[in-house]
Design a protein around this ligand. Structure first.
Ligand code: SF4
Length: 191
Protein backbone atom coordinates (compact mmCIF):
# COMPACT_ATOMS: atom_id res chain seq x y z
CA UNK A 1 0.00 0.00 0.00
CA UNK A 2 1.34 3.47 -0.90
CA UNK A 3 2.48 5.63 2.00
CA UNK A 4 2.09 8.76 -0.14
CA UNK A 5 0.79 11.65 1.93
CA UNK A 6 0.00 14.97 0.17
CA UNK A 7 1.03 18.18 1.86
CA UNK A 8 0.24 21.80 1.15
CA UNK A 9 3.28 23.21 -0.61
CA UNK A 10 4.36 26.67 0.49
CA UNK A 11 2.81 29.53 -1.39
CA UNK A 12 4.94 32.13 -3.11
CA UNK A 13 3.54 35.50 -2.06
CA UNK A 14 1.97 37.68 -4.73
CA UNK A 15 4.28 40.61 -5.52
CA UNK A 16 3.29 43.59 -3.41
CA UNK A 17 2.42 45.84 -6.35
CA UNK A 18 -0.01 43.23 -7.71
CA UNK A 19 -1.82 42.34 -4.49
CA UNK A 20 -4.81 44.40 -5.57
CA UNK A 21 -4.56 43.60 -9.29
CA UNK A 22 -7.89 44.11 -11.01
CA UNK A 23 -6.65 44.22 -14.59
CA UNK A 24 -8.81 41.35 -15.84
CA UNK A 25 -11.88 41.79 -13.64
CA UNK A 26 -11.53 38.43 -11.85
CA UNK A 27 -11.04 40.33 -8.59
CA UNK A 28 -14.84 40.75 -8.75
CA UNK A 29 -15.28 36.96 -8.46
CA UNK A 30 -14.21 36.92 -4.81
CA UNK A 31 -11.56 34.18 -5.05
CA UNK A 32 -8.17 35.11 -3.71
CA UNK A 33 -4.97 35.36 -5.70
CA UNK A 34 -2.44 32.52 -5.66
CA UNK A 35 0.79 33.50 -7.37
CA UNK A 36 2.65 30.22 -7.19
CA UNK A 37 3.46 27.23 -4.99
CA UNK A 38 6.33 24.87 -4.35
CA UNK A 39 9.93 25.93 -4.76
CA UNK A 40 10.10 29.42 -6.34
CA UNK A 41 13.56 28.44 -7.62
CA UNK A 42 12.46 25.00 -8.87
CA UNK A 43 13.92 24.18 -12.27
CA UNK A 44 10.66 22.75 -13.59
CA UNK A 45 7.74 25.15 -13.89
CA UNK A 46 4.33 23.52 -13.94
CA UNK A 47 1.56 25.62 -15.48
CA UNK A 48 -2.07 24.94 -14.63
CA UNK A 49 -5.15 26.87 -15.74
CA UNK A 50 -5.99 28.49 -12.38
CA UNK A 51 -5.47 27.82 -8.68
CA UNK A 52 -7.82 25.74 -6.59
CA UNK A 53 -8.58 26.80 -3.03
CA UNK A 54 -5.85 26.34 -0.44
CA UNK A 55 -8.32 26.75 2.42
CA UNK A 56 -11.64 25.10 3.18
CA UNK A 57 -14.81 27.03 4.04
CA UNK A 58 -13.71 27.44 7.63
CA UNK A 59 -10.39 28.88 6.47
CA UNK A 60 -8.31 25.81 7.45
CA UNK A 61 -5.49 24.78 5.08
CA UNK A 62 -6.44 21.98 2.70
CA UNK A 63 -4.80 20.08 -0.17
CA UNK A 64 -7.33 19.98 -3.00
CA UNK A 65 -7.74 16.99 -5.31
CA UNK A 66 -5.74 18.60 -8.12
CA UNK A 67 -2.77 19.11 -5.82
CA UNK A 68 -3.06 15.59 -4.36
CA UNK A 69 -2.97 13.95 -7.78
CA UNK A 70 -0.17 16.18 -9.04
CA UNK A 71 1.97 15.39 -6.00
CA UNK A 72 1.23 11.68 -6.24
CA UNK A 73 2.52 11.55 -9.82
CA UNK A 74 5.59 13.64 -8.93
CA UNK A 75 6.48 11.26 -6.09
CA UNK A 76 5.94 8.25 -8.33
CA UNK A 77 8.56 9.47 -10.84
CA UNK A 78 11.05 10.56 -8.17
CA UNK A 79 10.57 14.33 -8.29
CA UNK A 80 10.35 16.36 -5.11
CA UNK A 81 8.98 19.77 -4.35
CA UNK A 82 12.53 21.10 -4.60
CA UNK A 83 12.40 20.46 -8.36
CA UNK A 84 8.98 22.00 -8.90
CA UNK A 85 7.31 25.37 -9.01
CA UNK A 86 3.60 25.49 -9.84
CA UNK A 87 1.93 28.54 -11.28
CA UNK A 88 -1.16 29.40 -13.28
CA UNK A 89 -2.41 31.04 -16.45
CA UNK A 90 -4.92 32.92 -14.24
CA UNK A 91 -3.83 33.77 -10.72
CA UNK A 92 -7.41 33.80 -9.46
CA UNK A 93 -10.00 31.06 -9.87
CA UNK A 94 -12.99 32.25 -11.93
CA UNK A 95 -16.28 31.34 -10.27
CA UNK A 96 -18.75 32.65 -12.82
CA UNK A 97 -18.89 33.40 -16.55
CA UNK A 98 -16.12 35.58 -17.93
CA UNK A 99 -14.48 36.47 -21.22
CA UNK A 100 -12.03 33.58 -21.29
CA UNK A 101 -9.85 34.66 -24.15
CA UNK A 102 -9.50 38.25 -23.00
CA UNK A 103 -8.89 37.40 -19.34
CA UNK A 104 -6.28 34.78 -20.21
CA UNK A 105 -4.48 37.20 -22.48
CA UNK A 106 -4.38 39.85 -19.77
CA UNK A 107 -3.12 37.61 -16.98
CA UNK A 108 -0.57 35.91 -19.26
CA UNK A 109 1.45 39.13 -19.08
CA UNK A 110 2.17 38.22 -15.44
CA UNK A 111 3.19 34.69 -16.40
CA UNK A 112 5.53 36.09 -19.04
CA UNK A 113 7.12 38.29 -16.39
CA UNK A 114 7.51 35.29 -14.06
CA UNK A 115 9.24 33.38 -16.86
CA UNK A 116 11.69 36.23 -17.42
CA UNK A 117 12.52 36.38 -13.73
CA UNK A 118 12.67 32.64 -13.00
CA UNK A 119 14.11 31.29 -16.24
CA UNK A 120 12.88 27.72 -15.64
CA UNK A 121 14.85 24.96 -17.35
CA UNK A 122 11.73 23.03 -18.31
CA UNK A 123 8.01 23.75 -18.47
CA UNK A 124 5.22 21.24 -17.95
CA UNK A 125 1.83 22.51 -19.11
CA UNK A 126 -1.09 20.53 -17.71
CA UNK A 127 -4.52 20.46 -19.32
CA UNK A 128 -5.89 21.87 -22.56
CA UNK A 129 -6.62 25.34 -21.16
CA UNK A 130 -3.04 25.85 -20.01
CA UNK A 131 -1.66 24.32 -23.20
CA UNK A 132 -3.82 26.41 -25.51
CA UNK A 133 -3.00 29.59 -23.61
CA UNK A 134 0.71 28.96 -23.31
CA UNK A 135 1.14 27.72 -26.88
CA UNK A 136 -1.14 30.57 -28.05
CA UNK A 137 -3.00 28.08 -30.19
CA UNK A 138 -6.70 27.48 -29.56
CA UNK A 139 -6.51 24.14 -31.42
CA UNK A 140 -3.71 22.69 -29.28
CA UNK A 141 -4.68 19.53 -27.40
CA UNK A 142 -2.84 17.48 -24.79
CA UNK A 143 -3.80 14.17 -26.38
CA UNK A 144 -2.11 15.20 -29.63
CA UNK A 145 0.95 16.99 -28.20
CA UNK A 146 1.94 14.76 -25.27
CA UNK A 147 5.22 12.81 -25.37
CA UNK A 148 7.36 15.46 -27.08
CA UNK A 149 9.35 18.53 -26.12
CA UNK A 150 8.39 21.80 -27.83
CA UNK A 151 10.21 25.08 -27.93
CA UNK A 152 7.70 27.67 -26.74
CA UNK A 153 9.19 31.15 -26.67
CA UNK A 154 12.61 29.61 -26.06
CA UNK A 155 11.50 27.32 -23.21
CA UNK A 156 11.56 23.54 -23.57
CA UNK A 157 7.98 22.56 -22.87
CA UNK A 158 6.19 19.25 -22.34
CA UNK A 159 2.45 18.78 -21.91
CA UNK A 160 0.32 16.42 -19.84
CA UNK A 161 -3.22 15.80 -18.69
CA UNK A 162 -4.76 18.00 -16.03
CA UNK A 163 -4.75 16.27 -12.62
CA UNK A 164 -8.44 17.00 -12.22
CA UNK A 165 -9.22 15.26 -15.52
CA UNK A 166 -7.31 12.25 -14.20
CA UNK A 167 -9.38 12.22 -11.01
CA UNK A 168 -12.57 12.36 -13.05
CA UNK A 169 -11.39 9.70 -15.50
CA UNK A 170 -9.14 7.27 -13.60
CA UNK A 171 -8.34 5.44 -16.85
CA UNK A 172 -6.11 8.44 -17.68
CA UNK A 173 -3.86 7.72 -14.69
CA UNK A 174 -1.39 5.52 -16.59
CA UNK A 175 -1.00 8.08 -19.38
CA UNK A 176 -0.66 10.83 -16.78
CA UNK A 177 2.23 8.95 -15.17
CA UNK A 178 3.75 8.34 -18.62
CA UNK A 179 3.72 12.11 -19.18
CA UNK A 180 5.52 12.62 -15.88
CA UNK A 181 8.05 9.91 -16.71
CA UNK A 182 8.71 11.54 -20.07
CA UNK A 183 9.25 14.88 -18.32
CA UNK A 184 11.58 13.36 -15.74
CA UNK A 185 13.57 11.47 -18.39
CA UNK A 186 14.24 14.73 -20.23
CA UNK A 187 15.01 16.54 -16.98
CA UNK A 188 17.50 13.90 -15.82
CA UNK A 189 19.24 13.47 -19.17
CA UNK A 190 19.30 16.93 -20.69
CA UNK A 191 19.26 19.39 -17.80
S1 SF4 B 1 -6.18 36.90 -12.55
FE1 SF4 B 1 -4.30 37.95 -13.24
S2 SF4 B 1 -4.91 39.82 -14.30
FE2 SF4 B 1 -6.68 39.01 -13.16
S3 SF4 B 1 -6.67 40.10 -11.22
FE3 SF4 B 1 -5.49 38.22 -10.88
S4 SF4 B 1 -3.33 38.73 -11.37
FE4 SF4 B 1 -4.65 40.38 -12.18
Amino acid sequence: MSDFCPVLWPEEPTPEHLLDCSECGLDQHGSRMVWGEGNPLGRIMIILDNPGAREDREGSPMVCGTRQTLQQAAVQVGLTMEDLYVTFILKRKPVKAYDKQQVRQICMTHLKQQLKEKQPKLIFCLGNVAVQSFFENTDAEVKVLRGKIYDVNGYPTAVGYHPLAVRRRPNLWNMFVEDWKFLTGYYNNKI
